[in-house]
Design a protein around this ligand. Structure first.
Ligand SMILES: Nc1ncnc2c1ncn2[C@@H]1O[C@H](COP(=O)(O)OP(=O)(O)O)[C@@H](O)[C@H]1O
Ligand SMILES: [Mg+2]
Length: 276
């Protein structure tokens, strides 16, 4: 193998947990382990581009050793503890708008039903649109304080658009108890207000606003199961992160807090009064 072909060449990119240390930048390209669905995913990413969505990496090729190459998207990616620019209202709005654009385009592309889309963070109720499912700060590239692109479609799977928005809300509002939020974000965020901003910028319907808090609870259960599976497999990155962030007690606390705040979130989402 030539020096160029070695997976160890290139600059390792920080930010991910699943592929920690294995995502490399080589000039204009990123090379990373290819997900099992890479072929179907690359076809979907190319279709997004053909339909005018310009805010995701362009797939370039699959390598013989099971990796994939995609275009590198210049910009800033927020890593925890998240910097202030990532948690501004402008940033939050831009994430809602970008997710809406992704969904409008994705909805026009038939899902490859032969692909074995990962179930890990997929909508348990299924759906006809390919959702991203993992729009966390580490998977959004910003430019000038606004979300410019989504990366890391490894967990994409068919689902309801509302499911993808619920997942996004968990990370970006974030819809977690204040003690958990404080560990990641500067300045105590007002979760109901920020959830409303996300829903408004996405253009969420009234019916879906009424459903969103319960879907966030469902999404939280799916995220907990995702971590539990990684830990049960003996994954060192997830095992360490779980213990550093307060163990299962933190998940219990997040879920109890969510259940106790359903009405507060529903009220904030449906309130007709103009915001001051
Ligand atoms: N196409 C890309 N353009 C720009 N940055 C990228 C790209 N792909 C990955 N990165 C950077 O590398 C980090 C890890 O990559 P990612 O594919 O998200 O790995 P993981 O699957 O471990 O989450 C991201 O958080 C981001 O900072
Ligand atoms: Mg990632």
């Amino acid at each position: 193998m030539t020096a160029e072909g070695r997976a160890t060449d290139g600059e390792a990119l920080a930010g991910g947990m699943v592929n920690a240390g294995a995502v490399l930048r080589r000039g204009a390209l990123v090379e990373r382990p290819a997900p099992r669905t890479a072929r179907a995913l690359h076809a979907h990413l190319l279709a997004l581009e053909e339909h005018g969505f310009d805010a995701a990496p362009t797939p370039v090729r699959l390598t013989e050793d099971g990796r994939e190459q995609l275009t590198y998207i210049p910009g800033d990616v927020a890593l925890p503890p998240y910097p202030r620019w990532a948690m501004t209202e402008t940033a939050l709005r831009s994430v809602g708008e970008l997710l809406r654009r992704l969904h409008e385009t994705s909805a026009a592309i038939p899902v490859d039903t032969c692909a074995e889309w990962p179930r890990a963070l997929a909508d348990p109720e299924g759906g006809t649109m390919l959702c991203h499912n993992d729009v966390c700060p580490e998977n959004v590239v910003f430019r000038d304080g606004r979300a410019a692109a989504l990366i890391d479609f490894d967990l994409a799977a068919p689902g309801r658009p509302l499911w993808d928005l619920a997942m996004t809300a968990r990370y970006w509002v974030p819809v977690v108890d204040p003690a958990s939020a404080a560990a990641f974000c500067p300045a105590g965020p007002d979760a109901p207000t920020r959830l409303r901003i996300l829903a408004d910028s996405y253009g969420l319907s009234r019916q879906e606003r009424a459903e969103l808090p319960a879907v966030i609870e469902q999404a939280t259960t799916a995220c907990r199961a995702f971590v539990a599976d990684r830990v049960a497999e003996g994954d060192p990155v997830y095992t360490r992160a779980l213990s550093e962030r307060g163990g299962w007690q933190r998940w219990d606390r997040m879920q109890e807090w969510l259940a106790a705040h359903q009405v507060v979130f529903t009220t904030a989402l449906l309130d007709d009064r103009p915001r001051g």
